[in-house]
Design a protein. Structure first.
Length: 657
């Protein structure tokens, strides 16, 4: 037997297991095949490897003779690798078996099993520690015996230890020092049946951490697709499923997010052949035996589909995202996820630091993923510069989009050393979930390749706050953007200076003020837009569209040419600010009522006008007393308006003043 790893993600391995009956890809699902009673051809439904029970074959005289003659592959009519169990299950269920450990090892060797199993002693959860220890001694003794008895049989050796992580650990350590090929993790079915997934994680992690990496691990009895992704992420390579048939016998359908009772279904849950061909009622109307076979087909199809999805996720580096999705299917699976992240320091050692897919934040559990743990360990140990400036996040990669902030931080002279380069300054962005990201690293995976929701949860705020406070411990001089202080409720100590790098809003303000100064005359910008101006941007382009004072529109920034189009309030403000006759067209008494009604202004009614007006400009329409009557767009320039006696001079936008 040979096992090699092709891809890794979290603690998962996508591997190739080579046996004398061919190669299979792992993680792999091994359907349980009942010797003599199997009616579903599992190979046709995707099985590359199967598992059967050597003890059941051994005990039945007819099956035993056939197996000894034709081999177990002949008996099951399966040409791929076959794993055999030893009768431990019967031992745990009935308390005794009619075979000894050496006998069952010899028998498995004789029938040509690819991977055989010693007769270990499965210890159920929650027994006294004394009993678990006693059982463990028996299991280890039988493991040693199995190695002495076997000639060339590839051997499983099962990790036991009940629900005591320290016993699981000890068992794994002892077995690791012996010459076995595969390690099942045993006696976990009762945990899974009662949804004790948190303890499943404890048991599996305690075992896996101390098993040799070069040997495949088999999570015994794990046949529900709900747990596959979780188990694979913990480093399990093989699963066996009796569930596909047991659930089918009970009229239940497996899905990766749970179990469905046939009687409750009005629609079939997937698009496998069975679900495409039959309605729930069709199946209910069938005879029990036929229905069981059809449901078993669905159960196998969905289980293999999940295994394929997991293998794809490992190659992409998105397994953790899949685990988070699956673990949200049930609160006790969420417990398992929350337990799993407590092992992030260990998992991180196996998790590749660079992946093809982005890190997706799917909830506060993501804050404790191995990637976050890794970044934090690395970043807190980097050499410190003299001072640090913490900046708010912008679109990633941060350094390409931080210019407006940095310019203002420098310009304000918050730290003169920055300008001159005399001060050795660390620039860093603060963001969820990675906490502090030195700007030099902002394009390193996954610091740019991650997505988080725009609405922050409390856990994220608290964790980032903790990270920032811890990070700042190494600095004497700290500059923190005021928006960060607010966002994360940072405590301001003596070492900290709060700086006010321009926020995007005030940056927008600068922009529109300058446009007004440019368009009208210097000073118009401040007159039109005070500090409280409300900027409304286009959802599509992100560009500034409307500028309000409270609910009142001041002006609109026209998308096509980027200049301001006045509204009523803007016209009033501009009229107040600009001295007569700047930007004005003065009409006579005759035209005044028409102007107030918002009618267009004809040149012959104009008695005075700013000679510097250009065509297509925003102009104010006043009477000889400089009362504002209306405003509009000039159609001619100042000279033309005063010269012409015919035709339109100003297209009025709004009157009514
Ligand atoms: Zn289906």
């Amino acid at each position: 037997m040979n096992f090699e790893i092709k891809y890794k993600d979290a603690r998962a391995r996508l591997g190739i297991l080579t046996t004398s009956h061919g190669k299979i890809r792992t993680p792999a699902l091994m359907p349980v095949v009942h010797p003599g009673r199997q009616t579903l051809p599992v190979k046709e439904h995707g099985a590359e490897i199967v598992i059967t029970n050597a003890y059941l074959i051994y005990k039945n005289e007819e099956l035993r003779e056939r197996a000894l003659q034709e081999g177990v592959h002949g008996l099951l009519d399966f040409s791929g690798p076959i794993v055999t169990d030893s009768g431990s299950f019967q031992l745990s269920t009935y308390g005794e078996v009619e075979v000894s450990n050496p006998e069952i090892i010899k028998f498995q060797e004789a029938i040509g099993t690819d991977i055989g199993t010693s007769l270990d002693l499965p210890t159920p959860p929650d027994v006294t520690k004394k009993r678990a220890e006693r059982d463990l001694e028996v299991t280890l003794e039988r493991a040693r015996e199995a190695l002495e008895v076997r000639e060339n049989l590839t051997l499983n050796s099962v990790v036991q230890g009940s629900t005591y992580p320290d016993l699981r650990e000890r068992c794994a350590q002892e077995l690791a020092s012996m010459d076995f090929e595969v390690h099942p993790i045993g006696a976990v079915v009762p945990l899974m049946e009662s949804y004790r997934y948190r303890e499943l994680v404890e048991v599996v992690m305690a075992s896996v951490e101390h098993l040799p990496d070069s040997r495949p691990r088999h999570l015994m009895g794990a046949g529900h697709p709900m747990v596959f992704a979780l188990a694979v992420a913990m480093g399990c390579d093989l699963f066996d499923s009796a569930a596909y048939i047991l659930y089918a016998q009970d009229d239940r359908l497996l899905m990766p997010d749970g179990t469905h009772k046939l009687e409750n279904l009005v629609e079939m849950p997937c698009s496998c052949e069975v679900c495409r061909t039959y309605t729930p009622q069709d199946l209910i109307n069938k005879k029990k035996e036929e229905r069981t076979l059809l449901l078993a087909q669905h159960n196998l199809a969905i289980s293999f589909a999940e295994i394929r999805q997991i293998r794809q996720a490992i190659v992409e580096g998105s397994l953790w995202e899949l685990v988070e999705q699956r673990c949200r299917a049930h609160p006790y699976l969420l417990d398992a996820l929350r337990k799993l992240v407590t092992y992030s320091p260990q998992i991180e050692k196996y998790d590749p630091p660079y992946k093809k897919s982005a890190f997706f934040y799917s909830g506060s559990e993501s804050l404790n993923r191995p990637e976050v743990h890794r970044h934090w360990e690395k970043v807190r140990n980097l050499p410190r510069k003299e001072a640090v400036l913490l900046l708010p996040p912008v679109t990633k990669p941060y350094s390409q989009n931080l210019h407006p902030y940095l310019g203002i931080a420098y310009g304000r002279g918050a730290c003169e050393g920055m300008l001159t380069g005399k001060l050795d300054l660390q620039l860093a962005v603060v963001d969820v979930p990675f906490g502090v990201i030195p700007l030099e690293l902002d394009q390193v995976y996954p610091l740019a390749q991650n997505e988080t929701p725009t609405i922050m949860d409390t856990e994220a705020r608290l964790q980032v706050k903790r990270m920032v406070e811890e990070y700042l411990e190494g600095y004497a001089t700290v500059l923190v953007a005021s928006s960060l202080v607010k966002r994360y409720e940072l405590d301001i100590t003596e070492q900290v200076t709060v700086v006010d790098p321009i926020s995007m809003d005030t940056h927008d303000l600068k922009r529109v003020r300058m446009i007004a100064d440019y368009q009208f005359q210097p000073g118009a910008g401040e007159a039109l837009f005070d500090d409280q101006v409300r900027v409304v941007k286009s959802r599509k382009t992100g560009k500034i569209r409307h500028l309000y004072q409270g609910e009142d529109l001041i002006a609109t920034l026209r998308a096509s040419d980027g200049v301001l189009v006045l509204a009523v309030l803007g016209a009033r403000k501009l009229h107040q600010h600009l001295p007569y006759p700047v930007n004005r067209v003065v009409v006579n008494e005759e035209a005044e009522p028409f102007a107030r009604e918002g009618k267009s202004i004809f040149a012959k009614f104009v008695i005075n006008c700013d000679i510097d007006i250009r065509a297509q400009e925003e102009v104010l329409i006043v009477n000889s007393e400089d009362e504002l009557l209306a405003f509009g767009k000039s159609l001619l320039n100042g000279r033309e308006i005063t010269d012409f006696k015919t035709g339109q001079a100003v297209k009025t936008r709004k009157g009514g003043f």
